[in-house]
Write a protein that binds this ligand. Structure first.
Ligand code: GLU
Length: 378
């Protein structure tokens, strides 16, 4: 099937869509939010809703709007200033969306999330229920990170990741990231004249991740690196992603006509279950276990749980129930899971047979350090 046919098939069948709009698009390359951009996005989104789609918007721009209001020109680097600017700007940002959606007779809701809201399984399900209820009321949620309270430990860090986790949370059919770049290129277009746009990515492979590098641009948080990470999160949830230049005229309408613009990332056929996806992509990793070759094989090839005997090293401080990553002797990560023992206890029992756990610790909760049901291979 041609790339174009694949696209047309995908966009034809979508019902629930998450659209992420970056600060670079909203400010149109200047240092303040361009209301005309929001108006255009709202008009195109409303057309989708009128056709029967459900749309959730993830919008950046609170810090940019706050800086304008406070008369700040420089790039803010310290967290309290960013938090203050976000608190001032968020109400203005949402005000713009409300103003233009109201003209289209659409209702909106402001939703502010932190990483913590999705790390706790109960709050994760609450957030999901609330968003689903908003959709059932035909309301368009306009979502942003709750920058006012989000300090490092509880931060998503970038709205690309937030949009992907939201898409997963609501079982969306498609994530569209409106960016200030055209999509994923074969190299860095700023440095390499031969770099060409990749229209279709069937699978996100390590060489592709290398191309994306860690690029970023002033005033925007995520570069192509965070966009690729977002596409990986959605792909693992069975959701396709389109990354496209948000400054193209009528970009949303054209994407949904199936035009070959931007880069389409296809969803993976081996979709992770809800809980495994949550372990792999939503939880913050609190520590690292180095496994010996035998344990690596048992986990990867034989579908086994992880026992203390296969652990050769431990890094980080974590409690039982936390998420940790497992690496091989070269430091390459190959799985993640929820541990049954804290780092303190694990240091005492690593490398030991399960029959020794109780003798060493004075108690035993489980034989497994990570049970197979709480383990996801990457
Ligand atoms: N939450 C930030 C804001 O609204 C932006 C984060 C991002 O662009 O990734 O300004």
């Amino acid at each position: 099937m041609s790339d174009l046919k694949i696209r047309k098939n995908i966009v034809k069948n979508v019902k629930r869509i998450v659209i992420k709009i970056g600060s670079g698009v909203l400010t149109n390359g200047k240092d303040k939010i361009d209301e005309a951009v929001i108006k255009k996005i709202v008009l195109q989104t409303s057309l989708l809703v009128k056709k029967g789609c459900e749309v959730l918007i993830v919008s950046s721009g609170s810090i940019a709007a706050g800086k304008t209001e406070l008369g700040i020109k420089k790039i803010l680097t310290d967290i309290p200033s960013k938090q203050a600017a976000a608190a001032v700007g968020q109400s203005h940002l949402i005000g713009y969306y409300e103003k233009y959606f109201k003209k289209e007779k659409q209702k909106t809701a402001q939703v502010l999330l932190t990483h913590d809201d999705l790390s706790n399984r109960r709050r994760y399900l609450n957030a999901r229920n609330a968003l689903m209820t908003l959709l059932s009321f035909h309301v368009i949620p306009v979502i942003n990170e709750n920058d006012m309270v989000a300090v490092h430990e509880i931060k998503f860090g970038d709205n690309d990741t937030l949009s992907a986790l939201v898409a997963h949370l609501v079982d969306a059919d498609l994530l569209v990231i409106l960016s200030h770049v055209d999509g994923l290129f074969t190299g860095d277009p700023a440095k390499d004249k031969k770099a060409a746009l990749i229209p279709l990515v069937e699978k996100i492979t390590p060489p592709l991740q290398k191309i994306a590098g860690k690029s970023s641009s002033p005033g925007s948080v995520g570069g192509m690196y965070t966009k690729l990470k977002a596409a990986r999160i959605t792909s693992d949830s069975g959701i396709s992603t389109i990354i496209v230049n948000g400054t193209i005229d009528n970009v949303i309408t054209r994407v949904f006509k199936g035009e070959n613009i931007g880069t389409l990332f296809l969803s993976s056929s081996d979709k992770l279950t809800g809980k495994k996806h949550w372990i792999a992509h939503t939880l913050k990793i609190k520590g690292k276990l180095t496994l010996d070759e035998g344990a690596e094989k048992a986990v990867l090839k034989r579908g086994k749980s992880l026992l203390p005997s296969g652990i050769s090293d431990i890094a980080g401080k974590f409690d039982s129930g936390d998420a940790v990553s497992c690496v091989d002797s070269k430091g390459k990560e190959f799985c993640r899971g929820l541990v049954n023992y804290s780092s303190r206890d694990l240091k005492k029992i690593m490398g030991k047979h399960t029959s020794k756990i109780e003798e060493i610790l004075g108690f035993k909760v489980y034989d497994e350090v990570i049970h197979r049901d709480n383990l996801v291979t990457l």
